[in-house]
Ligand binder design. Structure first.
Ligand SMILES: C[S@@+](CC[C@H](N)C(=O)[O-])C[C@H]1O[C@@H](n2cnc3c(N)ncnc32)[C@H](O)[C@@H]1O
Length: 213
């Protein structure tokens, strides 16, 4: 079979459910007003996060890397009615846009934002988590894994974004830059950990889906 990445991407996009009006508006406002809108999960990954969350119906979710809140809202769709998503971002300038769409969504009371360095905030959270979405600075992925492992419940799910790092992960180790090498290191660590079962999925920039055994 011969097809271009663009063709297959368009086919996948056309055969995935549409965004809600709120997610569409949030994506458009992010694209118009924010730096690096490519960081936002978008329709395909957003559907994936929402479906996983709806299957788990989590009580406690940890999100590392809120950005403008697109993935937060996708995950929040699936929360248990008594559940809460705890979402961390170091950039306080994003709070205004996050708050606007969290209010609009009707899910405000189930979203708790934390502003600051996730490495400092996570140890202060006194919960165990049913689901974690790791999507912040890639060079700290291994450190995040060390913090997440003990607070992810058995049967809980970790989703990690950008594990293919725009294909740079395929470069030979001598040619890999520092961040690529650190992501590669994370990818190796997560499969070596016998308390975890992982499958890497070629969704967008690569997502690892990991179950705590
Ligand atoms: C890829 S974006 C998150 C995208 C979002 N999850 C989505 O799908 O729409 C990464 C975010 O991580 C945040 N970030 C980077 N380093 C961080 C750190 N050390 N602690 C907390 N947040 C951090 C950035 O400010 C940025 O908003």
């Amino acid at each position: 079979m011969d097809f271009s990445n663009k063709e297959i991407y368009n086919y996948i996009d056309n055969h995935s459910s549409d965004e809600s009006d709120i997610l569409y508006e949030l994506r458009r406002e992010t694209e118009l007003k924010c730096l690096n809108p490519i960081m936002l999960s978008g329709k395909i990954q957003g559907n994936f996060l929402a479906i996983i969350s709806k299957l788990i119906k989590p009580f406690n979710v940890l999100e590392i890397g809120t950005y403008t809140g697109y993935s937060t809202l996708c995950i929040a769709e699936g929360l248990n009615p008594a559940g809460m998503i705890h979402t961390i971002d170091k950039n306080e300038e994003l709070l205004q846009i996050q708050n606007k769409y969290f209010e609009k969504s009707g899910l405000r009371s189930q979203i708790k934002q934390y502003t600051g360095d996730a490495l400092a905030i996570i140890p202060k959270l006194k919960f165990d988590f049913d689901m974690v979405f790791l999507d912040a600075n890639k060079e700290n992925y291994v450190k995040y894994l060390e913090l997440i492992s003990p607070i992810l419940k058995p049967g809980g799910v970790l989703l990690t974004d950008n594990v293919l790092w725009h294909g740079k992960i395929l470069e030979s180790s001598e040619n890999q830059d520092r961040v690529t090498r650190l992501i590669d290191n994370f990818n190796k660590k997560i499969v070596e950990d016998k308390s975890l079962k992982t499958v890497m999925l070629p969704i967008r920039d690569g997502i690892s889906l990991t179950l705590k055994l």
